[in-house]
Design a protein around this ligand. Sequence first.
Ligand code: PLP
Length: 431
Amino acid sequence: MSLDAAALVALDRAHLWRPYTSHEDHRNRPLLVVRAAEGCWLIGDDGRRYLDGNASWWVSALGHRHPRLVRAMRDQLDRLDHCALAGLTHEGAVRLAAELCSTAPAGLTRVFYSDDGSTAVEVALKIAVQSFAQNGEPERRRIVALAGAYHGDTAGAVSVGGIETFRRPYGPLLFEALRPPDPEHGEQGWERAVAWIEDELARSGASIAAVLVEPVVQGAAGMRIWPPRLLVRLREATRRAGSLLIADEVFTGFGRTGPMWACEHAGITPDLLCTAKALGGGMIPFAATLATETLYARFEGGLDRALFHGHSYCGNPIGCALALETLAVLREERVLEHARTKAARLAAGFDRLRRLPAVRRTRAIGMVAAADLGDGGYRGRLGWTVYERALERGAYLRPLGDTIYVAPALNISEPDLERLISIVHDAVGTL
Ligand SMILES: *Cc1c(COP(=O)(O)O)cnc(C)c1O
C-alpha cells in the first residue's frame, strides 16, 4: 500500500529533518514527491516528468536505473550482500581496487574503502597526518585548504571546508586550517591564492602535512573553475616542500569535467585522491581514497603503526559491483568520448545566457555549466526563483544560492540536453 502525495508530504513535514533546509522552508516550500526515475528523468507523483539537471546531487553519472547497473546489483545480491573487510576479502573489493589503480593517475597503487565523500576526505587527512607523525615529523600536521572549498559535512571535512554558511555553527568542533585569500572569480584571484600557498610552503613547509584541493572545479562554491596550470604549480610546490597534495575528486571524478579525473587536465598525480558520488553508480553511498605506494610504506610495521580507521560497510560488495559496472559502462559505451560534443553544446548554451540581463557570469567545463545571477553567494535567493520556474517547466535545477548550474548525467541524450538548456534559458529569462 502506498500513501498518496498529500499524506506523504504531511508525514514528511511531521517527521523528517531535511538537509540544508530551514524549518520555514520545510513547512512552506512545495515538495515534489518522486515516484520513479529513469535515465535523466525523475517521475513525479503528479504524473509529470522532470529532467534531473544535477544528476541527483552529482551522483547518477549514468542516469537513473541504468539497466546494466540494475543487473549488476541484482546479480551481486544473489551471491554476497555484505562481509566485513576485516580478515575477509571478496572478489569485488579486490578487482575494483586493481581497476581503480589502473584508471587513476599513474602512481596511485593503494585503495582504502569508506562510505561517502566526507569519509574519503577524512581518511586522506588521517593518512597524511599519521604518515608524518610516525616517521619523525610530528610537527608536520597543518592542512592548507581553500576558501570556497567543500569536502563534506563531517567535523574533519568541515574543518577544511571554506564555505562560511556550513562552518559557522560548528566552530568548537573544528580544527584550524591554513587558508590562502579567497580566489573568488577570475584567474588573478587563483594566481594570488596559489602564490600564497607557494610562499607558505617555501617558508614553513616543514609544518605543512598537505594541501587539499578540488582539482580544477570547486563544486559547492558555485562551480568555480580554475586553471590546470596552477594545479601543476601546487604539485611542484608541495613536492619541493615535502608536503602531500590531496585531490578531492568526489565531484570531479568519473568524467564530470571531461577526462576520467580532473587531475588529468594538469597531467599530475596527487599523493592521495578521494572518490565517491558517481563511484557508487548513483545508487548507494560508496567511497575510496587512493594513495601512492610511498605513503602506504610509511605505515609499515606493527599494529601501533596501522591506520586506525574503518567503517562497518567499507568495501561493501554491492558498492564494489556497482563501481566495477560503472567503470565497464564508461569504457564500453564510450561515455566520455560521446560527452565531448554534448559538453561543447552545454558550454555554448550557457554562453548565450549572458545576453540575459539577470546573468552576471557564466562558465563551463565538461558536463558542468553555471551562471551567477547575483552576488548573494550561497545564501542568495535568486537561484531559488529560477529553481521554481524551472520546475514548472519540467526540470529539477537545485541552485547554489545565487548560482544556478547543470551537471546532468554524462550519457544524457542530445535532445534531452537541448531541452534542459532551453528550460534554463526560459527560467532565467523570467527574472
Ligand atoms: C559532495 C562532496 C563531498 C562529500 O561527499 P558526501 O558523499 O556528500 O559525503 C566531498 N567533496 C566534494 C568535492 C564533494 O562534492
